[in-house]
Design a protein. Structure first.
Length: 414
């Protein structure tokens, strides 16, 4: 039998999806599993997007232009104007989700063996995209004790080598929910300018900022040809299955090169583009209601987690994720155990072990990411379940949980 590629051996499992078989087995046993491991909202998709799908009358679902429908790109120009982002339809190509926008950018901008600096914990698939592109991830660690704030610029500077070609920033951040300030981004701008690096700005959660102010990376001056905006319609319109994203840049050489990769995959999904274009006209009422709902969920889950003895959970300022440090020996073992060997009131919880969001060995060993994508009633059930799981887990940190056992009847809003 022929051997598989060396690249395939380096390809990581998704920390978000790797526990799915255990969850499926739990469901077969009749256990209700609260899925907080993945950013799949239960909020209904934008009505405008759904109506556009229902109204498709085309006799053939056909290829579109490799850069995407011109009408969608024009519509996105109007959308970006809401944030004072000045671009044209020729400054973007439509991609198969934000994922393809990142992959094409890495393929177009970096050579095999080049390095990209990424603050960790980071969106786990960044590492997968880099592996696919034969690019090396250079992590720079943010810590929970500082609410996962951007590390010092000196720390960034120390990581730069002659193979460093890019920095990627996710703002608001997945998985931490941290919102980078204008001052932090200006410091990054200085580094990008000084070392002539690319800056990938993943801003798919810009509509979900709860505290502070979103500062678009495209407002940074003097690095127009270095900057690539990564976007997606999945989150703001609750339409993860559309697989419609965008790569946006003022760098014409990059656009032309990215288009060659776009031609190789032929075209982005037709139906996703039709729905995505309509979604841009989603009512302000819908967006406001979604924002308020996520804020309510965030406030509840963070409060509930911090009421559990030994649990630390910083308040995320954006996106719909939070990171929590648990009083356990190993969060990945705990996430497996809670699905395979535990249930409370015939329920369990699926979490994402945070070690998969780090590339530094042994980092995030006691941390998990939770996606508050379920309604508050389900979050209440899941937090009650988690509280009892922490009491019963064989590998719990006894010192950290000793007072939890004494206070197990404490009301955490459930």
């Amino acid at each position: 039998m022929p051997k598989l590629s060396e690249r395939s051996a380096r390809m990581p499992e998704s920390p978000i999806r790797k526990l799915v078989p255990l969850a499926e087995q739990a469901v077969k046993k009749g256990i209700k599993v609260h899925r907080l491991n993945i950013g799949q909202p239960d909020i209904h998709t934008s009505p405008e997007a759904m109506q556009a799908i229902r109204n498709i009358k085309a006799p053939v679902i056909e290829y579109t232009h490799s850069a995407g429908l011109e009408s969608l790109r024009k519509k996105l120009v109007e959308y970006y104007k809401r944030f004072d982002i000045d671009v044209t339809p020729d400054d973007m190509i439509i991609t198969t989700g934000g994922s393809e926008a990142i992959s094409i950018t890495l393929l177009a901008c970096l050579n095999p063996g080049d390095e990209i600096i990424v603050p960790e914990p980071f969106y786990a698939n960044y590492f997968s995209f880099a592996t696919t592109s034969d690019v090396n991830v250079t992590p720079i660690t943010s810590v929970i004790d500082n609410n996962y704030a951007l590390p010092s610029i000196e720390a960034f500077e120390s990581k730069i080598t002659n193979r460093t070609k890019a920095i990627i920033i996710c703002n608001p951040n997945n998985p931490t929910g941290y919102l980078y300030s204008r001052e932090e981004l200006e410091q990054i701008r200085h580094l990008v300018k000084k070392h002539d690096l690319y800056l990938l700005a993943d801003e798919v959660y810009r509509e979900l900022v709860f505290d502070g102010e979103y500062f678009p990376a495209m407002h940074l001056k003097g690095i127009e040809d270095n900057l690539i905006l990564i976007d997606s319609m999945s989150k703001r319109y609750s339409a993860t299955g559309l697989r419609t994203g965008a790569l946006v840049t003022k760098n014409k050489d990059l656009i032309n090169t990215a288009l060659k990769f776009g031609q190789a995959r032929l075209a982005p999904p037709y139906v996703g583009q039709i729905a995505g274009e309509a979604a841009i006209d989603t009512s302000t009422q819908y967006l406001n209601e979604v924002h308020a709902e996520y804020k309510k969920r965030r406030d509840f889950i963070v409060d509930a987690l911090n009421k559990m003895e030994g649990v630390v959970c910083p308040m995320p300022k954006g996106a719909f994720y939070c990171m929590a440090k648990l009083p356990v020996d190993d969060a990945e073992k705990f996430c497996q155990w809670i699905l395979s060997d535990f249930s409370y009131n015939n329920q369990s919880v699926m979490l994402a072990p945070a070690s998969g969001f780090y590339s530094t060995k042994n980092s995030g060993k006691q941390e998990v990411r939770l996606a508050f994508v379920l309604n508050v009633d389900e979050l209440k059930e899941s937090m009650e379940c988690l509280k009892h799981a922490l009491l019963q887990y064989p590998g719990r940190d006894l010192e950290a949980t000793s007072s939890l056992i004494q206070k197990s009847s404490v009301n955490i809003g459930i």
